[in-house]
Design a protein around this ligand. Structure first.
Ligand code: S5P
Length: 276
């Protein structure tokens, strides 16, 4: 087992479900152990046929499908109907990576309305904490009655990010104060609850910036391995984009990332030894 900084990092996902009041978080933690996967694929493609094909092909290997629905050039509401059916077929959750960042009243409207009506289909979405608690309250007004969950961006994977230090600690405080709806973070490492002066509680950490092949891209993205993310940094869900959908054989790559992420989790939780 690793030198755990958090009491939750050594627990199994399904055991941690009891730490959450939010039904979406409970569903996710349980399905991860059931399906034996902590892999999320970021399917950043611009045509609906590619999105839907990958969602179907990769579905058996993932716990979360991460979308940027607004990059589709040919979006129409049937995309949502099909995505929702695929999520049910393969038992994964949909995370729309919308990165809300405005005042509460505006984000509530952006979440509920517009072309995409994100709250009506995305189990999980995310927000930058930069506006203050109002952004969480605005999104919660729309999302909580629907049983949705929110992640806050505590840290980013990109070079030069301003989301660090005190900003990240304040993000943790904001989550602790709104834990019914905020189930976790987009971040690069598990933050210590005590660093914010509040009682330690369990949160989910989903981590992008993962590649087993590249150190980064030309636009500031920085990559780490699934082992670094899950074992060293004690994060829970590994998010992989181009490393999977950009490969010649996305299914084969998804299997590789799934295995790497899952084995790292087994070691972290003491279910297998380091030599295996
Ligand atoms: O800090 C972040 C947060 C996010 S959500 N860094 C990121 O890269 N992301 C997202 O993760 C990004 O928008 C993209 O969808 C995915 C990473 O894609 P990749 O192709 O670099 O693996």
């Amino acid at each position: 087992m690793s030198n755990s900084t958090s009491p939750y990092a050594s627990q199994r996902y399904s055991a941690r479900a009891a730490n959450f009041a939010n039904a979406t978080a409970v569903q996710l933690l349980n399905l991860m152990d059931e399906k034996k996967t902590n892999l999320s694929v970021a399917v950043d493609v611009t045509e609906k046929k590619d999105l839907l094909r990958l969602a179907d092909e990769l579905g058996p290997y993932i716990c979360v499908l991460k979308t940027h629905i607004d990059i589709l050039t040919d979006f129409d509401p049937s995309v949502i109907t099909t995505l929702t059916a695929l999520a049910q077929k393969h038992n994964y959750l949909i995370f729309e990576d919308r990165k809300f960042a405005d005042i509460g009243s505006t984000v509530a409207a952006q979440y509920a309305h517009g072309v995409y009506k994100i709250a009506s289909w995305a189990h999980i979405t995310n927000a930058h904490p930069v506006p203050g608690d109002g952004i969480v309250h605005g999104l919660a007004q729309v999302g909580l009655p629907l049983g949705r969950a929110l992640l806050l961006l505590a840290e980013m994977s990109s070079k030069g990010t301003l989301a660090r230090g005190e900003y990240s600690q304040e993000t943790l405080r904001m989550a602790q104060d709104n834990a019914e709806f905020v189930v976790g973070f987009i971040g690069q490492r598990r933050l210590k609850g005590t660093e914010s002066g509040k009682e330690e509680r369990d949160f989910l950490y989903m981590t992008p910036g993962v590649s087993m092949a590249q150190p980064g891209d030309a636009l500031g993205q920085q990559y780490r391995s699934p082992e670094q993310v899950v074992e060293e940094s004690e994060c829970d869900v590994v998010i992989v984009g181009r490393g999977i959908y950009g490969a010649q054989d996305p299914v084969a790559k998804a299997r590789e990332y799934r295995e790497a992420g899952w084995n790292a989790y087994l070691r972290r939780t003491g279910q297998t030894g380091r030599s295996e």
